[in-house]
Design a protein around this ligand. Structure first.
Ligand SMILES: O=C(O)CCC(=O)C(=O)O
Length: 270
């Protein structure tokens, strides 16, 4: 027998739920939802005011100096405020569903001459074709003005509709790349499909960004074996270590083990 209150339909990827609609209206985000659904990216301007933006920028610079640009939600409360920003939360719910989870809170400070990140889709965790429903949304809080000269994020318009990873030639050529331009305190937001990269900064100074990732509820394991992990691996060896996530870079004590980044994303494609 059906449980009372159970939904039997699924909302289409571009639909706003009845519960979310008044919030989207109140926050003036209807155009952002449309752009996110149609083009895979959008910008929320002045997400929390100048004072908050300055506080976030200062904290990122302090944390970056200490070498800690990952696991930031566990640090200064300014990051929790950024993550819980009502506009970001509403767009995350629109894009990756109610019950969405925080996946990563990181920061970057990019200077003149720093190498570009390289073209990629944030659905690096998924084999192609990517699903119709977005699985992961990235919100890059631009503490400084985003321009081409400042090394702002480059995107490939139209790539979100391809629902696949770029190939080696596309990564090399970055054909059709355009710059996301916005004022300090804006948040550039994109889905898991759109191909993008950080740009190369050609001017002095620093581009300070907080990178916030939210994921769909189903990306979470059902059972939490963390307290039993060491015993299980000792008893059952390498295959158990793989099942418990020790062969990828996730859940590292420092946030992400970047020495495993290639094998993590390669695993997701095989
Ligand atoms: O730093 C940037 O401009 C892009 C960052 C990025 O690729 C990401 O957060 O997925």
């Amino acid at each position: 027998m059906a449980r009372p209150g159970t939904y039997f339909d699924t909302l289409p990827p571009d639909a706003i739920s009845d519960e979310l609609a008044p919030i989207i209206d109140e926050l003036g985000l209807a155009d952002n939802c449309r752009q996110l659904a149609m083009e895979g990216w959008t910008v929320v301007e002045n997400a929390a005011g100048e004072q908050f933006n300055n506080r976030l920028r200062e904290q990122i610079l302090q944390d970056a100096k200490k070498g800690g640009a990952l696991m930031l939600l566990a640090g200064d409360p300014v990051y929790a405020e950024a993550v819980l920003n009502p506009k970001l939360m509403a767009l995350a719910e629109f894009s990756v569903g109610r019950g969405h989870l925080i996946s990563q809170v990181a920061a970057s400070v990019r200077k003149k001459g720093d190498p570009m990140l390289g073209l990629h889709a944030d659905h690096n965790w998924l084999p192609a074709p990517f699903p119709e429903h977005n699985m992961l949304i990235t919100a890059c809080w631009a503490c400084d003005q985003y321009t081409k000269e400042h090394g702002a994020t480059q995107i490939i318009p139209g790539s979100a509709n391809l629902r696949r990873h770029p190939d080696a030639r596309e990564v090399e050529e970055m054909a059709g790349a355009t710059t996301i331009e916005c004022e300090p305190g804006s948040v550039a937001i994109w889905d898991g499909n759109i191909w993008h990269s950080s740009g190369e900064r050609s001017t002095e100074g620093e581009r300070v960004v907080c990178h916030i990732t939210y994921t769909r509820l189903m990306m979470r394991q059902v059972e939490d074996y963390r307290v039993h992990e060491d015993r299980l691996i000792e008893e059952h060896g390498a295959p158990m270590a793989g099942l418990l996530g020790r062969n990828d870079g996730l859940f590292d004590a420092n946030g992400f083990d970047y020495s495993k980044i290639v094998q993590t994303f390669n695993n997701a494609k095989r």
